[in-house]
Every structure is written in structure tokens, then in C-alpha cells.
Write a protein that binds this ligand. Structure first.
Ligand SMILES: [Zn+2]
Length: 314
């Protein structure tokens, strides 16, 4: 399959092709005795993911585990469909996200408010999963990959309050979800992902520091792909958070409304990203950033946090 890339250590990257785009949303299959899918992609991605698993020899009764880093629809929108295709799979999610997989109505309603009509083409509809199929994770947890190999989960809020990072004991791969930002492999750019309503600077920085302390060998971004320079990349993740918060804080202090704040932050961060800095933007790359860590969403998330916290913490 042309959307499956072997990464070594029995790990396969699957392009889940959100809304038909290539190279923006990744799921991962850890093969072995107890195959585990990390991230389902959107609901409309589910048939694509199933075809990828079939091509890797994983049949309907073979998938042992489906785990999502968090329940945003680009990561977990396909959970209900995938749970239906693979009746033996246990669905693993942080405890703060579990109830939304059982009853997606509130999650879908709030996504509808944010995305409007675009919701259907971008994400489709998250189908419900039986509560009995779901295992909820606390601060830490473990997924048995077979043969003594374990995927350990580490609570990592900041981007979302239901976010976990996942560390593979065999490869040292750390699945970072969106907690370390959005990485563009074509340019090496990294941008933060700070959407409303959960974003919190210190919590987000603490999660990045936790990732470093786990000592991973490689980072696997959901957007998008593997990165070998762990220390340098996590340092950049923290720096990106600080830069966007500093600029948004200035806009906030000047009393700008959202539109003006977005324009200012976009303008003053533009040259940080090769994807945006070139003469006449590369339209595709700019579009990818806007879909996955859009300036409006990032700035709105930071403003939401600034308006919520005490003035001395801003
Ligand atoms: Zn995401």
C-alpha cells in the first residue's frame, strides 16, 4: 500500500489521509504478537486504515489494541468504526476522554460549533463505542504488545486535558500526539498546537519536559511522522509555545480582538517557518499548517487561557 511506510522495529506509519489529504495525519501500527493501532484518524479514514492493516496481514480478529493519544477527531474520530471492524480489540484512552467515545454527542456538537459545515468533509462522524470495550487510563498505564514488549502511557495535558504520550519499551519510540506541536517533515518546521478550550502554558511545557525525561529514542508525530533529533525537537516545541504565548499576550494586553490578534501573531511568526517564509507561500504547506495548527485556533486557545487565569499567572 502506498500509504504504509515501515519505520523499523515492526512499526508501520499509516497515512490516514484526513479529508483526502496526504501527509498530514498519521496512524501507526505496532505489529508483533499483539498488534496495536496508535491513532485511528478520522471516521472517513477508517476504511483506509482497515485496508492498510489488511495489507500488513492484520485480519478482523487479529488487532489486540487501539489506543488514541487524545480524542480530537483527527486522532480518534474513527474509533467507533475501527472498533466495529476489529471486534477483539480493546480501545484504550485517557479517563478524561473515555465517556466521549461511549457517547460522542457532546464532542460532536462542540466540533460542529467550531467547524460548521466543514465538519462533515474534514472529519465525518465519530461513532459510539460500547463502554465494555474501553479501558480508561490514569496518569500512567501499560499496553501489552506481546513478547514482553510494552507500550506505556504517560498523561500529558496542555494541548488537551485527555492527552497521553505513549512509549514503546522495545524501540524507545514516543508517540507524542499533539503535545509537542505539529511537525512538517518536508521543511522540518514545528509549530505549536494550542487550541481552546484546554490549552494551558505551564501544563503544556510540563508535558514537553516529561517527554524529554522519558528518554525516548525517537518521536512519532501524529502530524507528521518520525523525528530522530529528540532533544533539539522538544526544545523547539517548548520555544514555539513560549513565542506564540508571548505574542498573543502582547495582543491581549493591547486589547486586540481575535481577528487582529491572529493577524499580528501570524505576521510576526511567519519567518520562523520555512513553509511560510518563501516568496509567494507554498500554498499546500501553508494550508496544512492552517488545518492542523491554524493561527486562529492557536491564538483563540491562548486568549481563552489568558482570560481564564489570574493576572499574576499570565
Ligand atoms: Zn491533531
Amino acid at each position: 500500500m502506498d500509504n504504509v511506510t515501515p519505520l523499523g522495529g515492526d512499526v508501520y506509519e499509516i497515512d490516514t489521509r484526513m479529508a483526502g489529504y496526504s501527509g498530514i495525519t498519521a496512524g501507526y501500527l505496532i505489529l508483533g504478537d499483539r498488534p496495536c493501532l496508535v491513532e485511528t484518524g478520522t471516521s472517513t479514514s477508517a476504511p483506509i486504515v482497515r485496508d492498510a492493516l489488511t495489507s500488513l496481514g492484520v485480519g478482523p480478529d487479529d488487532l489486540a489494541t487501539v489506543v488514541v493519544t487524545h480524542i480530537h477527531l483527527d486522532h480518534a474520530g474513527g474509533v467507533g468504526d475501527i472498533a466495529g471492524y476489529y471486534p477483539s480489540a480493546e480501545i484504550v484512552v485517557h479517563e478524561k476522554g473515555a465517556r466521549h467515545l461511549v457517547d460522542p454527542s457532546r464532542l460532536m456538537a462542540s466540533a460542529r460549533m467550531v467547524w460548521g459545515d466543514k465538519l462533515d468533509t474534514l472529519f465525518g462522524t465519530l461513532a459510539a463505542t460500547e463502554a465494555a470495550r474501553i479501558r480508561a487510563l490514569g496518569d500512567t498505564g501499560a499496553i501489552d504488545l506481546g513478547g514482553g514488549r510494552v507500550l506505556s502511557s504517560h498523561y500529558s495535558p496542555g494541548h488537551a486535558k485527555h492527552h497521553v504520550g505513549l512509549l514503546d519499551s522495545f524501540t524507545g519510540d514516543l508517540y507524542v500526539g499533539d503535545a509537542a506541536g505539529v511537525y512538517l517533515p518536508e521543511t522540518g518546521d514545528l509549530r505549536p498546537a494550542t487550541p481552546p478550550p484546554d490549552f494551558d502554558l505551564q501544563t503544556a511545557l510540563d508535558s514537553v519536559a516529561l517527554f524529554g525525561a522519558l528518554g525516548p529514542q525517537r518521536l512519532l508525530f501524529s502530524h507528521y511522522g518520525p523525528v530522530a533529533d529528540v532533544a533539539g525537537t522538544l526544545e523547539r516545541s517548548a520555544e514555539e509555545l513560549r513565542v506564540w504565548v508571548d505574542l498573543t499576550r502582547q495582543a491581549h494586553a493591547q486589547g486586540m480582538d481575535l481577528d487582529h490578534a491572529v493577524a499580528m501573531v501570524r505576521d510576526r511568526t511567519r519567518e520562523r517557518y520555512a513553509a511560510l517564509a518563501s516568496e509567494g507561500d507554498d500554498a499546500d504547506m501553508a494550508e496544512q499548517f492552517e488545518m492542523l495548527s491554524g493561527a486562529p485556533s492557536n491564538v483563540a486557545g491562548i486568549l481563552h487561557w489568558l482570560n481564564r487565569v489570574q493576572p499574576d499567572q499570565r
